[in-house]
Design a protein. Structure first.
Lengths: 225, 241
């Protein structure tokens, strides 16, 4: 079996388990919507300034919702010692990392694709710009978030107070993704020319590459028992 | 008595001799005293900023120490993962604590200076913001150490995060810098052409603070070694009971 196929099977396992209950996806989705609704009370949602901060709002909601998914990704495997089963299966340990990454990436993207139109409607926002670019931003930024998030979730799953620890150690590390995602989204939805925000695509791409490579090298150290 | 893994056994090399520490303490004390004299008596008031400029000798020297400390964390973390020896873990932990201490000092002295010379406590300048994120990253490092209970696992997780965090810092800095060029920059940094006596004072402060770092680090390592010893003694006691 090729490496890619193993990764795909591991991700598929998570997706199938999730689609039987839809427990996590529905919690993430509702939480993302709630964050946006809470924001509406933090300032006047009908003001014009909303246009300039919309990109920031949606990413705060997505990243907060993403934390819920990440917290479960390895914690679930601790039930019945399933993680040991995974580690004993004849795959490279990095395949477990990439499988988990793909699964969480899929969950988050599904949540984002459903939630984004709702956000646009309830804030009366009129995005301009290319939808293709918007999708690219969403995929790239979410990948960066889950790449490092999956890695750190594997770390915190083995500690006491894991659910509290993950956001505290993850958010300082993903500051570049936050900046890149917010600025690129602002550029795309604001209908600015591509030259104005292409830097942020590069930042996201470079960050993704680095923070897939580093966990790939170090993941082995998190799984040793 | 249960067999111990080599990773948890305190290494003999961890515990520095008493004599070396004494002379470092004396040198550090003299250097700090000289630096204080130069900062408060020798150097003249800054022509534009006045008295408050003197806080900069502490501020910049603390920033230097923080950087030094986190560099040590990075190298010690790599060495720990490569060799699995307890002393590298102790070194990384001790250095991270001292680094957080000096980063806190940077973050405290900075706004005091900023309030007087910029007329505001804080600006979202790349350097300030990166320092703040740096503080968060290494506080997270200390939190990981608190949350993992087995010593060997704690050391391994902390080392992984120590490497990850250090790699992240330059990326954070550059992304914040590009971010700030898109937004209006309120305050720009003037190129600092320093007067001769100021430069002398700055260099003495740097050297004095570097010695302070080494002194604190060695002391902190001794505390780690003692804690290991206490843990071992406790284990032996339980074995004989």
């Amino acid at each position: 079996m090729s490496f890619l196929r193993k990764v795909g099977l591991l991700a598929w396992k998570d997706l199938r388990a999730e689609f039987r209950t839809k427990e996590m996806i529905s919690a993430m989705l509702i939480f993302a919507l709630l964050v946006i609704v809470i924001f509406a009370f933090a300032f006047d949602p009908s003001r014009d300034e909303v246009r300039s901060i919309f990109g920031g709002l949606i990413w705060v909601a997505f990243f907060f919702a993403g934390i819920l998914g990440l917290n479960r990704s390895f914690a679930n495997e601790r039930l019945n010692d399933a993680l040991h089963g995974l580690m004993l299966s004849p795959v490279d340990h990095s395949a477990i990392y990439f499988g988990k990454l793909l699964g969480t990436w899929a969950f988050m993207t599904i949540v984002e694709v459903i939630a984004l139109p709702v956000f646009i409607v309830i804030y009366n926002y009129a995005p301009s710009g290319s939808w293709l670019l918007a999708i690219a931003v969403i995929l790239l930024a979410t990948l960066g978030f889950v790449a490092i998030g999956t890695f750190l979730a594997a770390l915190t799953a083995n500690t006491k107070a894991s659910e509290v620890l993950l956001p505290v150690i993850l958010f300082p590390i993903i500051i570049p993704v936050v900046i890149g995602a917010v600025e690129a989204t602002r550029g795309v939805f604001g209908g600015l020319p591509l030259d104005d925000f292409v830097t942020w695509f590069k930042v996201l791409a470079v960050y993704d590459a680095i923070f897939i490579a580093v966990p790939f090298l170090l993941f082995e150290y998190l799984l040793e028992v | 008595m249960p067999q111990q893994k080599p990773a948890t056994r305190p290494s003999a090399g961890l515990r520095p001799g008493r004599g070396g520490l004494g002379s470092i303490a004396v040198i550090t004390f003299i250097l700090i005293a000289v630096a204080q004299y130069m900062i408060f008596m020798y150097v003249p008031d800054d022509a534009t900023l006045g008295l408050i400029q003197r806080i900069f000798y502490f501020h910049v020297a603390s920033a230097w120490n923080a950087l030094l400390a986190f560099g040590v964390v990075f190298v010690a973390s790599i060495l720990y993962l490569a060799k699995g020896e307890r002393r590298y873990d102790a070194l990384a932990y001790s250095s991270a604590e001292i680094g957080v201490l000096f980063t806190s000092l940077v973050l405290i002295t900075g706004p005091i200076w900023g309030k007087i010379s910029w007329n505001q406590w804080w600006t979202w300048d790349p350097r300030l913001t990166t320092t703040l994120i740096l503080w968060f990253i290494y506080v997270a490092y200390l939190l990981i150490r608190m949350a993992a209970d087995e010593p060997e696992k704690r050391a391994r997780f902390a080392a992984v995060f120590g490497i990850l965090g250090f790699i992240d810092v330059p990326i954070v800095f550059f992304s914040i810098r590009w971010w700030r060029t898109i937004h209006p920059v309120v305050i720009s940094w003037q190129g600092a052409a320093m007067e001769k006596s100021m430069l002398q004072t700055m260099i003495v402060s740097f050297v004095a603070f570097s010695f302070l770092f080494v002194y604190l680090l060695i002391n902190r390592l001794r505390v780690e070694a003692m804690q290991d010893e206490v843990a071992q003694l406790k284990e032996r006691l339980q074995g004989t009971r």
